[in-house]
Design a protein around this ligand. Structure first.
Ligand code: S3P
Length: 434
């Protein structure tokens, strides 16, 4: 697995575009496959996770033309246009692929099997399987985990009250609701990302949102195909932006970033920490709010993070932890036990790896505490195969003294192909580059 050495960086300066949003790319593929007609998708994210969704849909008989890495035409044949797959559907390491497909496949008139890499086979699936069973789905799991064996059938509407706020679970249930014989409602404890709802509404599905409760009313009207330009992924923009905040003398603009309010928790928290992050050129793109974000080197102070903010920045905690090591005082993260069931147990792996660099960080059952500021000292660290941890360690390496060698950097392409090159273009001092 590829190893990368990062050295202390000079100022990061410049304006960059980042790849398309991962969550929206998955949904664009899946929903286009259920539409009637050809959907055109631009700025699709050609990452490992999204390619997993693409591969599964091809096995389900969907014709997808790839004009170049980021431009696709998906030929949908309606809600019942999928074909029985000839082999198990490999979701590789993508939880979004597995959970959303599970909702769709539960309502198909055929059998299917969802599987993936060991990392994905360790992630909990009961959270999606059990509510789907309440809708009449027949799914066999492996003690709460994948592989999942699905005998598709007619589903029934259900009123679900979720214990945890999860866009993957919510989306799976709303997609299953397309195949139910009565309305399906999903109630969440806090608002999670709403890309599925936005896209389904734009395609003509009957969806009503009332605070934290979303209802889908199944009908026979076909879903309209999409014509969509996917915004840049704020979860990827987080890395160059935080790097700019921490590396002295930096100013970085990331253009065309999705700023859906269900995703901007990190921006709010960084501002509360004293970060200078400007939002400009706000506009709408593909039914989503988009803007340019500019970060300038800033002195940071510790903050407390909990409650609904956690859901709005659930993927940003590895890089937030790096920022917290350079902030004055204590940063306390609570209500974030979900971090334990991401690509890795991100409370354990973030504490372990930043600890190796000299960070003062200790775990909590549902979060962590970082005391700062601490000078970091480069050493050998590992991503544990977790893309967001790999990129967070890269940012840490830019401010650590000496060399930081990160094991297993290949996983970065699960969400951010071209990450290292993009950071290099901002003059980061990366192994193999001047
Ligand atoms: C995602 C939802 C979040 C997030 C994941 C992508 C999505 O997971 O962590 O990276 O696309 O719906 P949960 O819904 O499990 O919190």
């Amino acid at each position: 697995m590829k190893q990368l050495t990062v050295r202390p960086s000079g100022p990061l300066r410049g304006s960059v575009r980042i790849p398309g949003d991962k969550s929206i790319s998955h949904r664009a593929l899946l929903l286009s496959a259920l539409a009637e007609g050809a959907s055109h998708i631009e700025n699709f994210l050609p990452s490992g996770d999204c390619k997993a969704t693409l591969g599964c849909l091809r096995l389900l008989g969907v014709h997808i033309e790839q004009h170049d890495a980021t431009t696709l035409t998906v030929h949908g044949h309606g809600k019942y246009g999928l074909q029985p797959p000839a082999s198990p559907l490999d979701c590789v390491r993508s939880g979004t692929t597995m959970r959303l497909l599970c909702g769709i496949l539960a309502g198909q008139p055929f059998q299917s099997i969802l599987t993936g890499d060991l990392q994905l086979l360790r992630r909990p699936m009961r959270r999606v399987v059990e509510p789907l069973r309440r809708m009449g789905a027949e799914i066999t799991d492996t003690e709460g985990y994948a592989p999942l064996s699905i005998s598709g059938r007619q589903l029934h509407g259900y009123d679900h009250a979720l214990e945890i706020a999860s866009a993957q679970v919510k989306s799976a249930l709303l997609l299953a609701g397309l195949y139910a014989d009565s309305p399906t409602t999903v109630r969440e404890p806090a608002p999670s990302r709403d890309h599925t709802e936005r896209m389904l509404s734009a395609m003509g599905a009957r969806l009503t949102i009332n605070g934290l409760s979303t209802t889908i009313i199944p009908d026979t009207t076909p879903l309209r195909p999409l014509s969509l330009v996917i915004p840049g992924d704020i979860s990827s923009a987080a890395f160059p932006l935080v790097a700019a905040l921490l590396v002295s003398g930096s100013e970085v603009t990331v253009e065309g970033v999705g700023v859906n309010p269900t995703r901007t928790g990190l921006l709010d928290v960084l501002r509360e920490m004293g970060a200078e992050v400007a939002v400009s050129n706000a506009r709408a793109l593909g039914g989503e709010p988009v803007a340019d974000l500019t970060a300038r080197t800033s002195g940071l102070r510790g903050v407390e993070i909990g409650g609904a903010t956690v859901v709005r920045m659930i993927d940003e905690f590895p890089v937030l932890a790096v920022a917290a090591t350079q902030a004055e005082g204590r940063t306390i993260v609570r209500d974030a036990a979900e971090l334990r069931v991401k690509e890795t147990d991100r409370i354990a792996t973030v504490v372990m790896e930043l600890g190796k660099l000299g960070a003062q960080i200790e775990p909590l059952p549902d979060g962590f505490i970082v005391s700062g500021p601490t000078p970091l000292q480069g050493t050998a660290v590992s991503s544990h195969g977790d893309h967001r941890l790999a990129m967070a360690l890269f940012v840490a390496g830019l401010v650590a003294a000496g060399e930081t060698t990160i094991e297993d950097m290949d996983c970065v392409s699960d969400s951010f192909p071209g990450f290292v090159e993009l950071m290099y273009s901002l003059t980061a001092a990366v192994d193999g580059h001047p």
